[in-house]
Structure formats: structure tokens, C-alpha cells
Design a binder for this molecule. Sequence first.
Ligand SMILES: NC(=O)C1=CN([C@@H]2O[C@H](COP(=O)(O)OP(=O)(O)OC[C@H]3O[C@@H](n4cnc5c(N)ncnc54)[C@H](O)[C@@H]3O)[C@@H](O)[C@H]2O)C=CC1
Ligand SMILES: Nc1nc(=O)c2c([nH]1)NC[C@@H]1CN(c3ccc(C(=O)N[C@@H](CCC(=O)O)C(=O)O)cc3)CN21
Length: 317
Amino acid sequence: MKITEHIAQAKETLISFEILPPVKGKSIDNIFSNLDPLMEFKPSFINVTYHRAEQIFKKREDGTFNRVEIRKRPGTVGICAALMNRYRVDAVPHLICGGFAKEETENALIDLHYLGVDNVLALRGDSPANEKFFSAHPQGHRYAVELVDQVVKLNKGKYLEEDIVDAGKTDFCIGVAGYPEKHFEAANMELDLHFLQQKIEAGANYITTQMFFDNKKYTSYVEKCREANIHVPVIPGLKPITSKRQLSILPSIFHVDIPHELAIEMLKCKTDEACEQVGTEWLIAQCRELLAQKVPVLHFYTLGKPNVIYNVVKAIL
Ligand SMILES: NC(=O)C1=CN([C@@H]2O[C@H](COP(=O)(O)OP(=O)(O)OC[C@H]3O[C@@H](n4cnc5c(N)ncnc54)[C@H](O)[C@@H]3O)[C@@H](O)[C@H]2O)C=CC1
Ligand SMILES: Nc1nc(=O)c2c([nH]1)NC[C@@H]1CN(c3ccc(C(=O)N[C@@H](CCC(=O)O)C(=O)O)cc3)CN21
């Protein structure tokens, strides 16, 4: 079922989770053991991120280097199928521009359609770890809006190169990303919203936000979206902050602010358990406030901390 249908039919705020595929060589059982307890909360959907291949330099025996391409976290499409199979839940694979030719994207969409996946989240994708700025694949897309356009075309039965007579249409519900604290590369918030509006105009059906730790950022963002003529659901993306290390690492990776009060509380902690407790309580408070505002979904980035998410959702339901 489409995310937009889940939202339209819901009488109260829905719950959803997001996972990363395991690092290559690790078992999918890790994903299952993280998700099994969370299924108690009947999530409406589970997002699975997509990861581009990265270039690394491998040392040869003679000391010279060989450039090789490796994908550290393959398996997005397979994991989506496995989740649907095991939990009978809707899976939302992320699609990214970076590292993919349009044709590879088309093939992935065809696979997803055959598997009965009804949703995709269309993203530009991050630059590889060793590159500061994003660069497009020579046969790929530069911006998420172009990816949205490709999915919309496939939804109309228009394939890339071939004019197929009576071509079957896909029917993907398309999500895109939004940034309550502005995307770090955008010149200003207005321009970022302008590009967001273009993604919606191109046919995206809803927005999932970057993580934020101050609900005011989300509320004011939704207001700004409405003023910018963006009227689709804006799903808040939520992540627990559970260590002192994250106080500096999250702002540097995701370009988000950590509220002073939260940082101070975290710095006072003497043990890892105390840090987790502070983060758990903060997220519970955030969720309660968002529930009172009747947000469509609480979407949790569960990465690595399923027990914290479990405690949070248990406390708010
Ligand atoms: N996996 C996930 O759930 C999420 C991933 N992200 C990551 O955040 C990054 C950005 O992705 P998206 O928001 O999908 O990219 P996007 O293509 O919508 O925007 C990327 C940047 O380019 C600007 N921009 C957009 N369209 C433009 C255009 N036509 N001309 C000029 N500038 C334009 C935007 O303002 C923004 O600064 C990616 O690295 C993505 O992977 C962000 C949030 C969620
Ligand atoms: N720029 C960007 N890329 C993404 O892939 C992405 C976002 N933003 N925002 C929304 C979600 C959240 N995602 C993620 C992905 C990884 C971690 C993660 O590994 N976090 C670690 C810190 C990283 C590290 O230790 O290297 C953590 O401690 O939370 C968190 C959220 C994926 N998505």
C-alpha cells in the first residue's frame, strides 16, 4: 500500500522505521533481530537506505595502489523483499542518483514493481566519503527532482530508450527529503524550499524530513512549506542522540543543531547508560509534542539503537 494511502486512512499518528542494509558479509539476521521487537508497534512501513559504491585504493604486494570500486552495503532491494515476506509490512526502498546510471535505476524500479513494492524515496544521495561535493554519474541524474521525473514517467508507462507499445505502468508512491534546518548546500532556506516545491510539482507525494532535535524547527518548516505552496504530508524524521560523541558527529554529518539544553544534560552524564537515558527522555518528549500536533507519522531512524527506539515507542503509545 502507498504511504499516502496509509496516511489518508489513519485515525491517529502512524509509526515507521528506517534501517541500513548490513555491511557486506554480515547477516540479514542482525536486521531481523533488531526489527523483531519493534514489530510489536505495528509500523506502517520500513525504509531501507541505498548506498552507492565507493572508490577505494587497495595496496598491491609491490606497494603500488589499485583503484577498486566497492559497495559496502549492498542489498536494498533484497532486504525490502525479505521484510515484506517476513513481516507483511510495506517496504520503502531509497533510490539515489549518485553512482547510478538511469538505466540501472530503471532496472531497479522494474524489480521493485515485480516484487510488489509500492513506494520509493527519491534522493540525490550523499557524496562518497572521500569526496566533499556530490558529482553525478555520467549517465545518471544530478538532482533528486530528475529521479522523481523518471519514476513519474515509468508510472505512465514511459521507459527510457524504448518506445514500448502498450507498456505496463508502474504505480509508485514517491517520497522526497526535506530539511527543517536547510540542506547544507542550499544558498538559503527560500531556495531550498523552491527546489523542494519543484520535486512536488514533478510528482512527489510526500516529504520525510532530516532528523531534528528541536520540534520548533519542524513546526516552522511545515509552515514555510505551506507558504511555499507545498501541501503534501511532511513526515518528521527522528533519531535518538545517545552519546557525547554524537554531539559533534551528528552536526558534522547531517548539518543539524543540537539544542543547548540537551547538550548540557548529555555532558553531565557519567556513564553510557546515563547518556542513553537522557537521549531517550528527550526523544520521548519530542514525540509526545509531535503526537499532540497530530503529525501524520513518527519516522524513526533506528540505526544501531533499536532498544532505545523500543523504549521510546513503548513510552508514547
Ligand atoms: N536517506 C535518507 O533518508 C535521506 C538522505 N538524505 C541525503 O541528503 C542529501 C540530499 O538529497 P536530496 O534532498 O534528495 O537532494 P536534492 O537534489 O533535492 O537537493 C540537493 C541540494 O541541491 C539543491 N537543489 C535541488 N534541486 C536543484 C536544482 N534543480 N538546481 C539547483 N540546485 C538544486 C537543494 O537545495 C539541495 O541543496 C543526499 O545526500 C541524501 O542522500 C537526506 C535526508 C534523508
Ligand atoms: N545526508 C544524509 N544521508 C543519509 O543517508 C540520511 C540522512 N542524511 N538523513 C536521514 C537518514 C538518516 N540516516 C542515517 C544514516 C546513518 C546514521 C549513522 O550511522 N549514524 C551514526 C553516526 C555515524 C558514525 O558514527 O559514523 C550515529 O552514531 O548515529 C544515522 C542516520 C540515513 N539518512
